[in-house]
Design a protein. Structure first.
Length: 254
């Protein structure tokens, strides 16, 4: 009996050790995520890893940058892109349309260095004054919000005036960092890209007459080798319980 119990104990130890090892060594899910959802993805990383049983290997970039990676043939399991950026990939079969899910949307905002005077950007006149008072402004040259920012500046009649003091960054990360570090006075980008940055504060969304929203979509790669885990990940980002995370990060769940 004692021998049987010892054997059973030994089997149990080996079995559960093997199970834990299998979970630990499961193939990483390779995720391409737009900068606009970076904070949400980082918040969700640990619970999603538990849900899927796979560690996440996340690459953050602008949707334009991620599309270049996809076009170059880089392997990935799930993409979280702007809805406009995902549309063509869904149509041509690069992304599996049956797994597609609308996640959330974010508006364009203005960020300034924490500790400096907060600019009033809630009206067109206030926005114009804030831009004229800034010695330097920055935004992502390849960002999804650039077209709306350019259009606002044009409508305010400031295109020529602001051109010499505008820095177009490669991605929202360098743009927000420039303001947090005091190298630029204002950053214009998605609100969801402003709120998580230490040393950066949100002045507010751009005036309603100029505001536009960028929506985000998740879908699995048509070539993923982990389709079940990919579906679980997407389902996790659509869970009603995640709505509070989207809102806290400056997004509106869809």
């Amino acid at each position: 009996m004692k021998t049987f119990s010892s054997a059973l104990l030994g089997f149990s130890f080996v079995f559960f050790s093997s199970l834990a090892a299998a979970q630990t060594t499961a193939a990483p899910l390779r995720i391409f995520a737009s900068n606009g959802v970076k904070a949400v993805v980082e918040d969700m990383k640990s619970p999603v890893e538990k849900t899927t049983g796979h560690p996440l290997a996340v690459i953050f970039d602008s949707t334009a940058g991620l599309r270049k990676r996809i076009a170059a043939g880089e392997a990935f399991d799930v993409a979280l892109l702007t809805s406009d950026g995902a549309e063509e990939l869904l149509k041509n079969g690069t992304l599996n349309a049956s797994t597609s899910a609308d996640l959330a949307r974010a508006g364009v905002g203005v960020g300034y260095k924490t500790g400096t005077p907060k600019p009033d950007v809630h009206t067109a006149e206030g926005m114009k004054k804030a831009l004229l008072a800034a010695k330097s402004i920055t935004y992502a040259g390849d960002g999804a919000s650039r077209a709306y920012i350019d259009k606002m500046i044009e409508k305010l009649g400031l295109t020529a005036t602001l051109k010499p003091r505008t820095v177009l960054a490669q991605g929202s990360g360098p743009a927000t960092a420039a303001v947090a570090d005091g190298k630029s006075d204002l950053v214009l980008t998605l609100i969801s890209e402003i709120l998580p940055v230490q040393g950066l504060s949100l002045a507010g969304g751009i005036p309603d007459e100029f505001q536009s929203y960028i929506s985000f979509t998740a879908a699995a790669s048509a070539k993923t080798t982990n389709p079940d885990a990919a579906k679980k990940l997407i389902a996790a980002f659509k869970s009603p319980s995640v709505a509070m995370i989207y809102k806290a990060r400056g997004m509106e769940p869809r």
